[in-house]
Design a protein. Structure first.
Ligand SMILES: [Zn+2]
Length: 165
């Protein structure tokens, strides 16, 4: 077997994909998009403090991935999140499980002026201004907050019975 082949490369790949490999805490959003970079990881729910008031349990993780690219001539970050959450039902205040799966494409403008121009071309556009030190944690936590139902509630008839006094 020639040198440089065999299971060495495979092992290097496995290391790269390892969930234990540290993920950068910040990305340069425009460069990330233009370089078509990819990143994935998981964040513990207990570390997502802005979610805590909405959760009946902080046990679990949010799995996420970010992929850079260019769509319709605009640099974009494609963001995916996947989590099993226990929310608080606003009718009976009991725990209400909620599967969160979301994929969003966020166009990354060079500056405010470019973002305003894109928004005038496409009123539904949901973009961001380029940020050289964007916290990955904040980006994912924002996306989770935006993806939650406005009012968490059990299906009709599925609420827990009111406790007898
Ligand atoms: Zn309920």
């Amino acid at each position: 077997m020639p040198p440089g082949t065999g299971n060495f490369d495979t092992r290097a790949l496995q290391l790269y994909d390892s969930p234990f490999m540290s993920v950068p805490s910040e990305i340069d959003t425009l460069r990330f998009a233009l370089n078509a970079s990819r990143l994935s990881g998981a964040i513990e729910l207990r570390d997502m403090t802005r979610l805590h008031d909405l959760l009946s349990s902080q046990v679990g993780v949010v799995r996420w991935w970010i992929e850079g690219g260019v769509e319709a001539g605009r640099p974009v970050l494609r963001l995916g999140i996947d989590a099993q959450l226990s929310l608080i039902c606003q009718r009976c205040l009991g725990p209400c499980s909620h599967s969160l799966h979301s994929e969003t494409a966020l166009p990354i403008a060079r500056d405010e002026a470019e973002l305003r121009q894109w928004e005038s071309e496409d009123p539904l556009l949901d973009g961001l201004v380029a940020e050289p030190h964007q916290s990955v944690h904040d980006l994912i936590e924002d996306e989770v907050l935006l993806s939650l139902p406005v009012i968490a509630m059990h299906d009709e008839g599925a609420c827990q019975p009111v406790q007898a006094h």
